[in-house]
Design a protein around this ligand. Structure first.
Ligand code: FAD
Ligand code: NDP
Length: 426
């Protein structure tokens, strides 16, 4: 049994949705494009799962957040794919790939062949078991990567209003979920091994602002330690978590956000890997000419940084998807992907954006006791990164533009004096 397509997108997440839209803009014919996804629903904006989806009042639910609604483009509902002649093979895991034969074998036993393959398999959440802790299967231990996870989390949240949650991990999932849990009137304690939250991006000074804000909302922080084991009741439900520092925290709900691993497994030994992802060139093309990789799973050359990076963020998924399709459909006119890294988060009434790279010396600006402040990173004499909390649309655009220009900075004190004005004038 088998089907053949010109283009196959493997994975049905954010990058797949944006790639599909770009294919239709560039004139793909009916029946040429197929998307295969393990998830049972058409591509959606994954960021909604830790934000609107978890709200107690008027939560976001599909179909409202199918891609590409997040970028104010068309909303790609299942009907849209049908109308555009795009085959959606949902609820179907690809279990092996043969890039020499150009075939994919699904768990249902179907062989799907392609002329061009776009790998958009994203990533999976790291499990506690990978750190030697058992108990991830307990009904009140939640991860958050896909819709199933989010539905499960919502059910547990609804069953423990007024109860205690322990959030493991101080990264994006930890911070955004902790905020949502507070909004759901759950008492939250965050546990992470670092000295402060968002340790890979925030400086201690920036982190302190957010931690103080969270503390004012009732969140407690237990830093510099990790979970070592769970306590269970007779039904196998977690009742408490034990920490390496010897303390114990009661728990009606545990949310785990301890990082991800890109889904490269199908291609190991077949394609070149780098930085944990599938290595691609500036056209998002892998070491095999017929295979492209986009989104979380791709390690691509970030021109402005002069090095290959794998980025785990939605803007990079959207833009790498568009660029790969442009390169596939018009390789002559499409130049190398020139991407400015962009990360953001929104929680409570807070909202920040970051552009570029957080390397070098940090210059702060604005008033950290107010709601608008930020920082620049200056590396080897050039501005390479910018952060802003509480900015307007124009201000965020200004820090993005200034970072893209990579201006020479001779005087850090002068940059500090000018603050946000430096970006606005750039
Ligand atoms: P994904 O969206 O993960 O899609 C991968 C798809 O491939 C999935 O559908 C998966 O089921 C499928 N798949 C994998 N393997 C197979 C297989 N073998 N067979 C079939 N299908 C397969 N980023 C931001 O910048 N801002 C945010 O606010 C933000 N919020 C987030 C909130 C949450 C809860 C999560 C989990 C992530 C968030 N992100 C955010 C990150 C962002 O969602 C990802 O960077 C983005 O989804 C990556 O897109 P992708 O298409 O590469 O991968
Ligand atoms: P992150 O990598 O952001 O954070 C993981 C955190 O958990 C790190 O602080 C990490 O510390 C810590 N950690 C690692 N191991 C342990 C452990 N055993 N016990 C306790 N803490 C541990 O990953 P998340 O899981 O938060 O997010 C998953 C993915 O979702 C990421 O790709 C992220 O980009 C994406 N996402 C993005 C959002 C956004 O952009 N706004 C929102 C939500 C998710 P260390 O650094 O020391 O490893």
């Amino acid at each position: 049994m088998g089907r053949a397509f010109v283009y196959v997108i493997l994975g049905g997440g954010v990058a797949a949705g944006y790639a599909a839209l770009e294919f239709t803009k560039r004139g793909v014919s009916h029946g040429e494009l197929c998307i295969i996804s393990e998830e049972p629903v058409a591509p959606y904006e994954r960021p909604a799962l830790s934000k609107g989806f978890l709200l107690p009042e008027a939560p976001s639910r599909l179909p409202s957040f199918h891609t590409c609604v997040g970028a104010n483009e068309e909303r790609l509902t299942p009907k849209w794919y049908k109308e555009h002649g795009i085959e959606l093979v949902l609820g179907t895991r690809v279990k092996s790939a043969d890039v020499r034969r150009k075939t994919l074998l699904t768990a249902t036993g179907e062989t799907i062949s392609y002329k061009i393959l776009i790998i958009a398999t994203g990533a999976r959440a790291l499990k506690l078991e990978e750190f030697g802790v058992t108990g991830s299967d307990a009904e009140n231990v939640c991860y958050l990567r896909d819709l199933d996870d989010a539905n499960r989390l919502v059910n547990v949240i609804q069953s423990c209003s007024g109860g205690n949650a322990v959030v493991i991990g101080g990264g994006y999932v930890g911070m955004e979920c902790a905020g949502s849990l507070v909004i759901n009137k759950i008492n939250v304690t965050m546990v992470f091994p670092e000295a402060h939250c968002m340790a890979r991006l925030f400086t201690p000074k920036i982190a302190t602002y957010y931690e103080d804000y969270y503390t004012s909302k009732g969140v407690k922080f237990v830093k510099g330690t990790v979970l070592t084991s769970f306590e269970f009741d007779s039904n196998g439900k977690v009742t408490a978590v034990n920490l390496r520092d010897g303390s114990q925290l009661p728990a009606d709900l545990v949310v785990v956000g301890i990082g991800i691993r890109p889904n490269t497994g199908l291609f190991e030994g077949q394609l070149t890997l780098d930085k944990g992802g599938i290595k691609v060139n500036g056209l998002l093309q892998s070491s095999n000419n017929s295979v492209y990789a986009i989104g979380d799973v791709a390690s691509f050359p970030v021109k402005i940084l002069g090095e290959t990076r794998r980025l785990e963020h939605v803007d990079s998924a959207r833009k790498s998807a568009r660029h790969a399709v442009a390169a596939i459909m018009d390789s002559v006119k499409t130049g190398d992907f020139d991407y400015l890294p962009f990360f953001y988060s929104r929680v409570f009434t807070l909202s920040w954006q970051f552009y570029g790279d957080n390397a070098g010396e940090v210059v702060y600006y604005g008033d950290f006791s107010s709601s608008t402040f930020g920082a620049y990173w200056v590396n080897k004499g050039y501005l390479v990164g910018s952060f802003l909390e509480g900015g307007t649309k124009e201000e965020y655009e200004a820090i993005a533009n200034a970072t893209r220009l990579k201006p020479a900075i001779e005087d850090l004190a002068e940059l500090e004096r000018q603050g946000l004005g430096f970006a606005l004038a750039a």
